[in-house]
Write a protein that binds this ligand. Sequence first.
Ligand SMILES: [Zn+2]
Length: 537
Amino acid sequence: MNQLEKCHYIEGCSDVFIDAFRAFKHKTIDSRNAFILTHYHADHWCGLPRGKGYTGPAKIHCTPATAKLLKEIHQINDSFIVQHEYEVTWTHGRAEITFYDANHCPGAALLFCKVATENASSFVYHLHTGDMRFHQKFKSYPLIKEAVEKKQLDILYLDTTYAKPKHTFLPQDEAIHKIASEVKELLSSNDEIVSEKKQSFFQPKAKSHETPKATERTLVLLSCYSIGKEKVLWHSAVQSNQLVYVNKSKHKMLECIECSSHIEEANGIINRCTLNKQDSDLHVIQMGTAGSLHPYFQPNFEECALYAHRMNKGYSKVVAFIPTGWAESSNYNKKNARSAKAVNLKELIKGSKINGNHDVMQVEVRLCAYSEHSTYNELRDCVEFMKPKRIIPTVFSGEKDYIAIQKRFCDLLDSQRAKQAFISKLAGAFTIGVKRKVDASSVTEPNQERKNLAWKDIPLPPRKKSPIEGSFKRTDCKVTKKIQVPRQLRAPRPMIVDDWKVAQLVNMGFTSTVAADSLISKNNNLEMAIEWLLLRK
Ligand SMILES: [Zn+2]
């Protein structure tokens, strides 16, 4: 998740912060503030000190599974944690907040927020997705459904981890069952070895030509983060009738998520786990052990071979699975999704005695297109369904990427509502005869946002460049239609326009070309550009 402030608060709520222990660290010292932790992944809790390091007094609001992880793993004092069940609305200041299952890791929450305007005359509605994999069930979440039907949703803070068209991968259920059936197939030969051994112990030895020859014993490794991918573990274990070996810290985390009773896999996985490596041919390893993904997939055959060898269970083959959304993100990864190598153990462990019968370990590393984030097409489905006035991406690499993501979804926004809001606000300002002011809920300069949050205690730096500002070169736009500006209105054209202002206009539903041209023609004056764009219709 990006650490820019704009991803970590809900517009209109000056006292609610989301996954913001780094972005708004200084706000934790105010007991009037609420800190929401959407789920227990490091890039979301980052900045939150462990144990007694967190002294609040701001409370941390989260789901019961996340609360348990905060208490047991992060050692946060119970008095700072407030847990809320899914679908139960709670209130903080002017905000009514409801958590819904985000279909990410156990305990992950979407955050639906209804905010009363300052004079309490009306409400605005926002949805912060935290991290999520879009699922059709989101459409039936009552408050979201109602807001969508009434066309009320203002801002969608969207998990844009995979927001490029190249990010396509299998539907989640299909990916889970694909991995689980591959695991089952790989481990089925191990059963033959076990039954063969039993048979030879109790019965006279069968003649060699009558005995099915079990040639290899296989170890399967599944790469996982600290929490997440439990569905893959559960189905792999059930289908192959195996226990899953996990280390102590993973085991402790799985105990914490047992309370996620609505997810069978999360609730039951602990009963399928063992702390004894010898009890299982299916082991969970840390992400990164079997290979790295960036900048491109590089399997670590030797590490896998050593792991299997150290088990001393007669393994001659090890297959490591890496479930990730990056599996099909490049032709290179697609081509190398299954990589194999025969690792010479003798060469690898020079001078030390090789236990077991095998000098060579057959190693295979498989990239599997599985993710607990949405595919690009699922993100489009999500925005199309929600039909917000605006989206704010929460995962992006820089200002150019931020704007590029917004552009990719702008055709799905309810631009009509966005434009109407601007028109009525401008009209209101004209009526009372005051200098026009563009409302903060629609267009707000970054420093102004901070003023609106009543951060009187924070010295504001001079506005040199906003977090999403940069140089927007005219050459970046494909000019499809030349805008005719009356000669007398033409200002000398600068070569650079303000990216942040372009983004605001794109959010209103104008194309980036038109937005850039209008800003250029109005000397980067946003208000004049908006007025000109509205009046030219
Ligand atoms: Zn996450």
